[in-house]
Design a protein around this ligand. Sequence first.
Ligand SMILES: [Zn+2]
Length: 213
Amino acid sequence: MLCIRFGKMDMGNPLPARDGCKSLAKFYKSNRKWKMTSFQMTPEQRSILSLRERVYRVKKKMSQSGHVISFAFNIPGAEKRPAWLSAIFKTLREELMDYFQNVCGVNIEDEFLYDTSAGCGFCCLVSQVVTALELKKAAINFENNSVIGRILDIDVMDAYHGIISRSDLGYSERLCFLCDRKVSECIGRRHSIEQLILYSEQCCKEYAALKGI
Ligand SMILES: [Zn+2]
């Protein structure tokens, strides 16, 4: 596992059990097909769950010092970190850093970047020059307007609110990649995994072409 940490953050001590449970519940809710105990999971699914738990703990700890922005790819299927994602990940991280600095005027104060077979992404602590809600609004605008936005999960978190949801800003739930129904009514039910993987790969190709990668 490649983890690069900038700044002063230390992710040593585990958080109280309730944080892990909250994260686990959110994970199960967002992965309808994985409503199973850890004993029923494949090793790959356990690795993904373990990574998400770890990243959640990092964000939770960072958020004690201010607002946290994070992003991860929402790539369907078992392969969460195809080799071709490297250049896209690097370019996107830089683009998002610039975007939040330019649009919201924040400075990056601390960063945690991870790159493993179970997924890649980053989270960063930013200066509190705007509210967490304003950061989330900017994140939603990016997701809505970037060609790769629909396969990204950009989260904003602070110590007071936890993870800011779309509904906190009056936005409706995100829509399915393929048919614009609500995700909760669609993903995992109406489309094959092959269709979803194809869509996510097309998004990445389009982004790569746009950025000259
Ligand atoms: Zn759909």
